[in-house]
Design a protein around this ligand. Structure first.
Ligand SMILES: C[S@@+](CC[C@H](N)C(=O)[O-])C[C@H]1O[C@@H](n2cnc3c(N)ncnc32)[C@H](O)[C@@H]1O
Length: 256
């Protein structure tokens, strides 16, 4: 029997505090992310194995994966209870997703994953993994990724621990309410920044809610990432014209 999942529902974690804002505001990011991710997954053979959606959030990426790969099984891993509730609602509302998506309620490194995976998708999530956990993630990928499989992830600046001035992230109107978020960061040691996310809700121009939350985010450059992956026999390539979306595979030599 599988051990019970750890309780990630503590009220003071970043996502427990921010989940309703994250779920609403990520929608606008996916308008451009969706087509780019779908193109990066194009042609992935369902016979290679299931695809793992790491930190699936409310399921916006899970939906994109399912549409891009209509015959592939998906494991959506989401440790935060509030976001997982939104994820489960997304899956339960769609008969195709219901038939193909299994939701796992742990962090990725504790998840009970298949021995062989055809793909792994990690969108807006890599910064949550400290270097030691990244090493375990690449080891897991090197061990389980099918020879013809691939992983897709995004990596945004800053690539070094440096300050990020306050930048509007997203803005969305739901009925009479207007949701917005602003992100700023300060260096947080040798390999991380500390994001300060400020969320605000207004109705008819009047503030009705606001929240500020901090979260550590580990930073690295595409060059560092390529070196880390290379140590595990994995290759990093940029996807298409973007310099923020990357594809990882085993490279030509190991496919023969
Ligand atoms: C910014 S959200 C992105 C959600 C989703 N991937 C998207 O782009 O819409 C980051 C997600 O990663 C999850 N997460 C954080 N640490 C994780 C870990 N160690 N394993 C799996 N998921 C993790 C969080 O719970 C959260 O849902």
């Amino acid at each position: 029997m599988t051990a019970p999942a750890p309780d990630n529902s503590a009220a003071d974690t970043f996502y427990a505090r921010t989940a309703e804002y994250v779920a609403v505001l990520l929608e606008s990011a996916w308008e451009s992310l969706g087509p780019t991710l779908a193109a990066a997954l194009d042609g992935l053979d369902p016979a290679a194995g299931p695809v793992v959606d790491v930190g699936a959030g409310s399921g916006l990426g899970t939906r994109v994966i399912a549409r891009a790969l209509p015959a592939t099984e998906i494991f959506a891993v989401e440790p935060d209870r509030a976001l997982r509730t939104a994820l489960l609602a997304t899956i339960a509302a769609d008969s195709d997703l219901r038939a193909r998506v299994t939701v796992l309620d742990t962090d990725l490194l504790s998840a009970d994953l298949p021995d062989r995976v055809g793909g792994l998708v990690a969108m807006n999530v890599l910064g949550h993994f400290p270097p030691t956990e990244r090493t375990r993630l690449w080891a897991l990928l090197a061990e389980r990724l099918a020879p013809q499989g691939r992983a897709v992830l995004d990596l945004y600046p800053p690539h070094r621990p440096e300050a990020v001035p306050a930048t509007p992230m997203a803005d969305i109107v739901l009925g009479r309410r207007h949701y917005s978020g602003v992100a700023a960061a300060e260096p947080g040691g040798a390999d991380a920044i500390i994001w300060e996310m400020s969320y605000r809700v207004e109705q008819d121009g009047r503030p009705v809610a606001s929240l500020s939350a901090h979260e550590r985010w580990y930073v690295l450059s595409p060059g560092q990432l390529a070196d880390e992956l290379g140590a595990h026999g994995l290759r990093l390539r940029t996807h298409g014209a973007t310099d923020t979306m990357f594809v990882i595979d085993r490279g030509p030599a190991s496919r023969r």
